[in-house]
Design a protein around this ligand. Structure first.
Ligand SMILES: Nc1ncnc2c1ncn2[C@@H]1O[C@H](COP(=O)(O)OP(=O)(O)OP(=O)(O)O)[C@@H](O)[C@H]1O
Ligand SMILES: [Mg+2]
Length: 372
């Protein structure tokens, strides 16, 4: 549906030296998919979106929308923004304060190629306002909407044109936490209901996991990993991705042999020898990172490790330094050989601060990664 190949754009800094941008992004998006670009501030998410929309002229690569090249550096193709069948919703939702809700939503249908008038315009706009839950507010001046309603109006305006592709750049960032969560569920429902293909940009990993069909994690203008939310969370292929998404324990180690992707092998770490799963192929002897998510670690009082069914591989003893009861779960910090290991376990676990506890890192969840 959308093919982005080797997209390159480097800005210059104020003193003329090369600055940030996007340095060779390649991905393709399927029809009807909600695809997310996730990464820290400045990693190139907006630059990628603006290049797709035609608001920014890249310096290299190719972008194809529905089988047609809209940008191709080699073939010198650069279709202007208004001839690309793309809708966009920005971080600041930019509704027009002097217009009613209806007129704001209708605006894209009163100009350009997809122009409608009379009852066809009215029917179309009211259908979309109904979809976003604003039908009853059609005649109200737009500034008299709440933040969440204004956000939905911005979305309605983009949807009215029925673009082939919808680009959403941090569209929920102006909302408070509760409304954000509510809106992201609505956004996902709307996207599936309308079937529109969408690219969503966020630096919020929780949001990305919650709404996306697939996620591309970016860092410094590069795509570090691309996959379904579960794959990115459970099988990160770099330390950066493991640490950026969710919470994780990180250890350092090294390895004496070449290892194939998916294989298991022992790694000498600062905590001791750990049997690890390799999420990517690794050549002998680089510095390795070993990551284990807190919820994957098994914990039990030292005396009852066998009874609690802790495997004997990757088993350690340590002293519990803190316990935080969080209702459905309890968090423990356990000191093992000078490392503080974070563990999330059932709240009825029988260990208390000061106790000696046994920990086990299941091999399938003890992931060895190339250090960034
Ligand atoms: N017009 C510009 N001139 C110079 N440098 C720019 C310009 N726009 C962006 N950059 C730089 O390019 C890099 C990527 O910027 P971009 O806006 O794509 O980041 P982002 O991932 O969207 O970040 P954020 O989450 O903060 O919105 C950054 O280092 C930024 O400083
Ligand atoms: Mg941005």
């Amino acid at each position: 549906m959308l093919e982005v190949r080797d997209l390159f754009k480097q800005y210059k800094t104020a003193d003329g030296t090369p600055g940030g941008g996007v340095f060779g992004a390649t991905f393709s998006i399927r029809e009807g998919e909600l695809f997310t670009l996730l990464g820290p501030s400045g990693c190139g998410k907006t630059t990628t979106l603006r290049s797709i929309a035609g608001l920014e002229k890249p310096e290299g690569g190719r972008i194809e929308l529905a089988g047609t090249a809209i940008y191709d550096a080699g073939a010198r193709i650069n279709i202007p923004m208004y001839d690309r069948d793309i809708g966009m919703v920005f971080q600041s939702y930019a509704i027009w304060p002097h217009m009613t809700v209806f007129d704001n939503a209708a605006y894209p249908l009163t100009v350009g190629k997809k122009r409608l008038s009379g009852s066809r315009l009215r029917d179309k706009v009211m259908r979309v306002l109904d979809l976003v839950g604003l039908k009853a507010f059609a005649e109200r001046p737009a500034p008299q909407l709440s933040g969440g309603q204004q956000q939905r109006l911005a979305l309605a305006r983009a949807l009215c044109r029925e673009p082939a592709l919808l680009l959403l750049d941090e569209p929920l960032s102006n909302l408070d936490a509760q409304l954000r969560e509510q809106m992201r569920a609505e956004l996902k429902r709307l996207q599936k209901e309308t079937g529109v293909t969408a690219i969503y940009v966020t630096h919020d990993q929780g949001e990305a996991l919650a709404i996306s069909d697939r996620v591309a994690v970016m860092k410094d203008g590069l795509i570090m990993q691309l996959g379904a939310p579960r794959e990115i969370y459970n099988r990160p292929t770099s330390e950066f991705v493991a640490q950026f998404i969710g919470r994780t324990n990180l250890l350092h180690g090294h390895l004496g042999a070449d290892i194939a992707e998916g294989a298991t092998a022992p790694v000498e770490t600062t905590l001791g020898r750990l049997l690890c799963t390799f999420t990517a192929a690794v050549k002998a002897c680089p510095q390795l990172g070993v990551v284990i998510r807190p919820e994957n670690i098994l914990i039990a009082p030292v005396g009852s490790a066998e009874a609690a069914g802790l495997p004997s591989d990757n088993r350690f003893e340590g002293r519990v330094i803190s316990e935080t009861y969080l209702g459905e779960i309890a968090e423990y910090e356990v000191e093992v050989a000078g490392h503080t290991i974070l563990v999330r376990a059932r709240p009825d676990t029988e260990v208390r601060p000061g106790d000696q506890a046994a920990l086990a890192f299941p091999v399938a969840h003890t992931l060895a990664l190339i250090e960034d």
